[in-house]
Design a protein around this ligand. Structure first.
Ligand code: ATP
Ligand code: MG
Length: 415
């Protein structure tokens, strides 16, 4: 059995080490085991940054969680079903959970949960590399528990499920497998790849909310593009979108290379990813996609507007198109949809005009305001809006450029 004490001590801050020791001390004689589990163990062994820490405790209950929080001078901020607690210390959150066993009555349904041993808790996990634990009790500090040979798979760079029914029990693991394999540069182990293919139909059983959540996790990854492209190759997007769905022919944007994005962070925000995902859909498919993911109005608007922007691409390419026309076409549409479509069609004249709108036209204003127009004797009402709009269009097209010329044009319009 390996001991990771020296890795713990070199990789974790002294504050985190103090917390772990305090948690172990508080649970002494009251719990049968205390461990760090899951992703943190994987990332310790891979020498990757540690983000959040998950702790599992055998025999955890509400009283013990509260005593553990006291031992850290923190407080329990949430208690979900199945004795899973969040302990907040200043601005850090540590997840502390009771070790549990799970069984799936129906594929796709949420599992039934009972208290269980650490081994049972590791056996319910998704992949061998996520199914390791490190003992943090003072008696066995640093001991690695690795019943599924996750360490071997880390060395071979494999994502491997723990049993053949894993993907059919919970098809969100299909997304997870692809996400980790791209993030870590790992391959899907052969049998896992085959099981994944055979379980694609199980994605139908995943609720819209859970499916949307999986996409959000993909969008948040630094390598979201390669993950989406792999999901596409494996047929996952085809199942989510239906037979007529996106892609295949459309490239995934390369944000670092794409025009007009150089000043933005390389990984754009989730709504822009959502838009690139909706590119190529017909209006009907876009509606199905929004319903399948049970999207809120913000997400649905981005999907709908993406289809609308793509419908304008031909006109946006037309030679000599007026800047005011570009403005009219794009100004009611969601900026994330504009950015997603521009990046997907990067290099085209249409994409150039979308960037022109985002970077320049969108922010242009007339110098005269509605108040100025009323001071000039125009009655309050829709006429003011119409006149201001005409002034703005003239300004966008460069036929006027200052307040004086705006006033002159206004006089001509109302005379
Ligand atoms: P990340 O770095 O993405 O947070 P993580 O491994 O910490 O990676 P989480 O989604 O935070 O992943 O989940 C924590 C742990 O819970 C995982 O390591 C895995 O052991 C387990 N887990 C999460 N989701 C599932 C699932 N759908 N099926 C089985 N086990 C899961
Ligand atoms: Mg995590």
């Amino acid at each position: 059995m390996s001991n990771l004490a020296s890795i713990l001590e070199s990789r974790l801050s002294s504050q985190r080490l103090r917390w772990l020791r305090a948690l172990a001390e508080a649970s002494r004689n009251r719990a049968t085991g205390i461990y760090i589990v899951g992703g943190v163990v994987r990332d310790l062994l891979l020498d990757r940054p540690i983000v959040d820490m998950d702790i599992s405790v055998s025999g955890l209950d509400e009283q013990l969680a509260s005593d553990m929080a006291d031992a850290l001078d923190g407080r329990v901020t949430s208690h979900s079903q199945f004795n899973t607690f969040k302990i907040e210390i200043d601005s850090t959150v540590i997840d502390v959970a009771m070790t549990r066993q799970e069984s799936y009555a129906n594929p796709g349904a949420l599992p039934e949960v009972l208290p269980g041993s650490l081994e049972q808790d590791l056996a319910r996990r998704d992949f061998s590399v996520n199914a390791m634990a490190v003992d943090i009790s003072s008696d066995a500090w640093g001991e690695l528990l690795d019943p599924f040979n996750g360490q071997g798979d880390l060395n071979r760079s494999f994502i491997r499920v723990l049993h053949p029914k894993s993907f059919s029990d919970d098809a969100t693991r299909i997304f997870r497998a692809v996400r980790y394999s791209q993030r870590l540069g790992f391959a899907l182990q052969d049998e896992t790849a085959m099981l994944l293919q055979n379980s694609l139909g199980r994605l139908d059983a995943i609720s819209g909310d859970r499916m949307r959540h999986e996409f959000q996790k993909v969008f948040a990854e630094a390598c979201a593009g390669p993950i989406l492209s792999r999901l596409d190759e494996l047929g996952v997007l085809g199942v989510v979108f239906g037979p007529l769905g996106r892609h295949s022919s459309l490239p995934w944007p390369d944000w670092q290379a794409s025009e007009g994005f150089s000043e933005n962070p390389p990984n754009p925000e989730e709504l822009v990813w959502l838009s690139t995902l909706a590119c190529g859909l017909t209006p009907g498919e876009a509606g199905l996609f929004a319903r399948r993911l049970n999207m809120d109005s913000n997400w649905s608007t981005v999907v709908r507007d993406t289809v609308a922007v793509e419908g304008l691409l031909d006109e946006l390419c037309s030679h000599g198109i007026l800047r005011s026309r570009i403005y009219q076409m794009l100004n009611q549409l969601h900026p994330a949809a504009l950015r997603g479509v521009a990046a997907t069609h990067d290099g085209s004249a249409a994409s150039g005009n979308i960037h022109l709108y985002l970077q320049e036209l969108q922010g242009m204003r007339t110098e005269l305001t509605g108040r100025d127009l009323m001071a000039l004797g125009i009655d309050e009402g829709p006429e003011i809006g119409r006149l201001l709009n005409a002034l703005l269009e003239a300004r966008l097209d460069g036929s006027i450029a200052d307040r004086l010329s705006e006033e002159a044009l206004l006089r001509r319009m109302i005379s």
